[in-house]
Design a protein around this ligand. Structure first.
Ligand code: PHE
Length: 341
């Protein structure tokens, strides 16, 4: 077999091996087969000595050109496979920089806190002072100074959490009326948001712990008209709409006259549901003119001063505002509930 043919067969074989090579290893194997020290073309170079000078020159040139061709093609094939491998890696290892980061979840204010702050802002803008009072109270501030006689049902063991030392968990925020008057004296416009506690059976509309917001204005010649003005301002600011209200006479020893301001239930629109106990109305705003006895207990002369007071059920208000039909959710600590606010 003549050398030209052998060389061109080797050339063709390696070209087809390169064509089929799908890995860098296969390319390398083809290179070694043709160009390695013991490769096929190298073997042929070793037989040169036996050739006539002309033939040697011609075959030498042929071999060189085949070697150069193969080297160039091997390099090109290697480059192609390397870039395909890189593409495949980039394809499989990408990171979506536009994906939202899981990150820490920012907390949010409790719905009752949100409503409380809104009302505080409203009253502060009308010149009211925000006061605080103790949650553990004395009988004096929670009852006596508020003109609640010893035999009043509110003092019943059923309703009050008594401490062993005779003090109690305040059953309402009204003690802050007395504390506020004692400390600041008239004229006084104050609100006092805070927790209150009652020892009663828990159900969708009753909790042992709930939030109230007490309000009081004491000045010269304060009338029911002032009371109604502030209550209307309060309600329209809270609900951002007209709510249906009704005023009933209500008895609280610390106001005279006393009223119950009810709003039509916003959960069922007055049709009747567990929150309004099927009545269609929710007691929201007990209020009245401060009983002279309370002023006297607070060291204020009722001949000179009078005022109005109200006790807003903050927790109940948050229920109406957000359409929550079970008061127990507020203290549940359930994040599925709290994250909605
Ligand atoms: N303190 C009363 C209660 O908790 C509410 C109230 C406050 C009533 C102020 C009249 C005036 O039931």
């Amino acid at each position: 077999m003549d050398l030209d043919q052998t060389i061109s067969e080797i050339h063709a074989k390696i070209l087809s091996a390169l064509h089929d090579a799908s890995t860098l290893e296969a390319v390398e194997a083809a290179r070694i087969e043709a160009l390695g020290r013991k490769g096929k073309l190298s073997e042929i170079s070793k037989t040169f000595g036996k050739l006539a000078p002309d033939e040697r020159k011609r075959i030498g040139a042929l071999l060189n050109s085949v070697k150069q061709d193969l080297e160039a093609r091997i390099e090109a094939r290697q480059a192609a496979l390397e870039s395909a491998a890189l593409d495949a890696r980039l394809d499989s290892e990408w990171v979506d920089l536009t994906a939202p980061a899981p990150g820490p979840r920012p907390g949010s204010l409790h719905p009752v806190t949100q409503v409380q702050r809104e009302i505080e802002q409203l009253f502060v803008s009308m010149g009211f002072t925000v006061l605080d009072g103790p949650e553990v109270e004395t009988e004096h501030y929670n009852f006596d100074a508020l003109n609640i006689p010893a035999d009043h049902p509110a003092r019943d063991m059923q309703d009050t959490f008594w401490l062993k030392d005779g003090r109690l968990l305040r059953t309402h925020t009204s003690p802050v009326q007395v504390r506020g008057l004692e400390k600041l004296g008239p004229p006084l416009k104050m609100i006092a948001p805070g927790r209150a506690f009652r020892n009663e059976e828990v159900d969708p509309s009753h909790e042992h712990t709930f939030y109230q917001l007490e309000g009081m204005m004491v000045d010269r010649e304060v009338s029911v008209a002032h009371l109604i003005y502030f209550m209307k301002t309060l309600l329209s600011a809270i609900f951002h709409r007209d709510v249906t209200v009704r005023l009933r006479p209500g008895y609280f020893p610390f106001v005279e006259p006393g009223f119950e301001l009810d709003i039509q239930c916003l959960i069922c629109s007055g049709k009747g549901c567990p929150v309004c106990k099927q009545s269609g109305w929710v007691e929201l705003l007990p209020c009245g003119l401060v009983n002279p006895a309370v002023l006297r207990h607070s060291g204020v002369d009722p001949e000179q001063w009078n005022g109005f007071a109200f006790g807003l059920g903050l927790t109940r208000l948050a229920m109406m505002r957000y359409g929550v039909d079970d008061i127990r959710l507020f203290l549940s600590g359930d994040l599925r509930f709290l994250r909605q606010f």
